[in-house]
Design a protein around this ligand. Structure first.
Ligand code: TYD
Length: 137
């Protein structure tokens, strides 16, 4: 999956059941996300001004959801860079493999859930931007 672009990444509306007693939002494998879900983690209590991410994955597919607050994401494929603002628990950002990502703004006590296609594997990370650019050649 090295030749992916930022245009392969997209916001996906999540199915939400609206009721007077509250909302219920659903993410299902091979439905809202095009993969088996093997791991869920979330970023929370992120201090103001901090940037997370700053890496790419070789094989990992992810969906990011701002469960609460606002999360700014920058996607970069080595040619194009695109900013995406996540503002709703009813939408997910699908991030395909081979994309450099920076999570560079967490506002309003943001809680960012990430649904992932694989278990944690440090060998899947590219953490050096110059190595990422070489990987994309
Ligand atoms: P990292 O993915 O670099 O977080 P971020 O991009 O949000 O800054 O992970 C931060 C640390 O947490 C790193 O030491 C690896 C560890 N980690 C796990 O042990 N398991 C996981 O599932 C994740 C996502 C991270």
């Amino acid at each position: 999956m090295k030749y992916t672009t930022v245009h392969d990444c997209r916001k996906i509306p999540l199915k939400t059941i609206h009721r007077p007693e509250g909302q219920l939002t659903i993410i299902e494998a091979h439905n809202q996300v095009p993969f088996d879900i093997k791991r869920i983690y979330y970023l929370h209590d992120v201090p103001d001004g901090v940037t997370r991410g700053n890496h790419a994955h070789r094989n990992l597919w992810q969906m990011m959801v701002a469960m609460r607050g606002i999360v700014n994401v920058v996607l970069d494929d080595g040619v194009d860079r695109r900013g995406v603002k996540l503002t709703s628990p009813c939408e997910g950002l699908l991030v395909v493999p081979g994309i450099w990502r920076e999570l560079n703004g967490f506002y309003d006590d943001a809680l960012c859930m990430v649904v992932a296609s694989e278990l944690y594997d440090e060998n899947d990370y590219i953490r050096d931007y110059d190595k990422f650019l070489l990987y994309k050649l």
